[in-house]
Design a protein around this ligand. Structure first.
Ligand code: 8Y7
Length: 277
């Protein structure tokens, strides 16, 4: 199984680690735009030294209730970091829902569009289709944005509804001419879901894998883990690593994480123990 992206054809027979690079003023010491960009560039190099297989660079905070930056602000944040990341020899993903940010990142050489809104914004699907070669991660999210997604969450059957949504989005991309091998799916842990929904999606992850596309999953530091073990965001390393292993065991081909070194070490042991199939 492979993931075709702009510059790299990623072999997914081995579980891959996607390192998270948040270029938001609240995620790095905020000494202004230059300092934030420099810290983010250094963070890319740190994650690669720690064993990241891919980098995911984003400038829109998806914290529940966060306010979205404007398009120009998002471009100003992410483009200097993407330009640098594209020189480092690994696939680079841009975490955005904006077609103009997708186009700018792809023009610079970015390999993958990671969209928590699954290319539902006007022009987003077209931006990916027009490129002809980039990879794309389609994530399930209930609701429009971080401000509304956790309001009144009900599903009849969360796994069936997430599967239906992802199947429909993948079909829309195929209809627009996007090759199947460019597409990866993601259940969207924490996006319009209660902790119970998130655990159900992990327990029944095999049903998502059965859709036929590789799965990317992100549990890193999320509040569902914090609730289970009774820990704040900065104290969820062990829970995050365990969740990444559980997701890998259930067939995730890419895990999206903050703590790359610990996750890569854990996956190395898990792999050596014969769990990777
Ligand atoms: C995910 C994500 C976030 C995820 C994918 C956080 C941007 C929240 N989570 N993208 N983005 N999957 N594909 O806690 O689970 O990292 S932001």
């Amino acid at each position: 199984m492979h993931w075709q992206t702009s510059r790299h054809r990623i072999d997914l027979s081995r579980t891959r680690v996607m390192g998270i690079v948040n270029v938001t003023p609240d995620s790095f010491f905020d000494g202004g735009r230059q300092a934030t960009a420099a810290a983010a560039r250094a963070h890319c190099e740190r994650l690669l030294a720690d064993g990241a297989d891919l980098l995911d660079i984003g400038g829109e905070s998806t914290r529940p209730g966060a306010r979205a930056p404007g398009a120009q602000q998002e471009l100003d944040r992410v483009m200097p970091v993407i330009e640098h990341a594209c020189t480092l020899g690994v696939p680079v993903s841009v975490d955005t829902s904006r077609p103009e940010v997708m186009r700018a990142a792809l023009a610079t050489g970015a390999d993958i569009v990671n969209d928590v809104r699954a290319l539902r914004r006007p022009g987003a699907l077209e931006a990916v289709a027009a490129h002809g070669r980039c990879g794309v991660c389609l994530m399930h999210m209930r609701g429009e944005d971080a401000a509304t997604m956790q309001v009144a969450i009900t599903y009849d059957d969360v796994v069936r509804e997430v599967c239906d949504f992802l199947r429909e989005r993948a079909a829309a991309l195929r209809a627009a001419g996007v090759a199947s091998e460019r597409i990866v799916l993601d259940p969207g842990v924490g996006f319009g879901k209660t902790p119970e929904h998130n655990w159900t999606l992990l327990q029944r992850q095999a049903e998502l894998s059965a859709l036929g596309w590789p799965l990317l999953v992100g549990w890193s530091r999320k509040s569902t883990l914090g609730l289970l073990v009774g820990r704040e965001a900065g104290e969820r390393l062990a829970a995050s690593v365990a969740a990444a292993l559980a997701a890998a065991q259930r067939g995730a081909r890419i895990v999206r994480v903050h703590d790359v070194a610990a996750t890569a070490d854990a996956l190395a042991v898990w792999r050596r123990a014969g769990f990777e199939v």
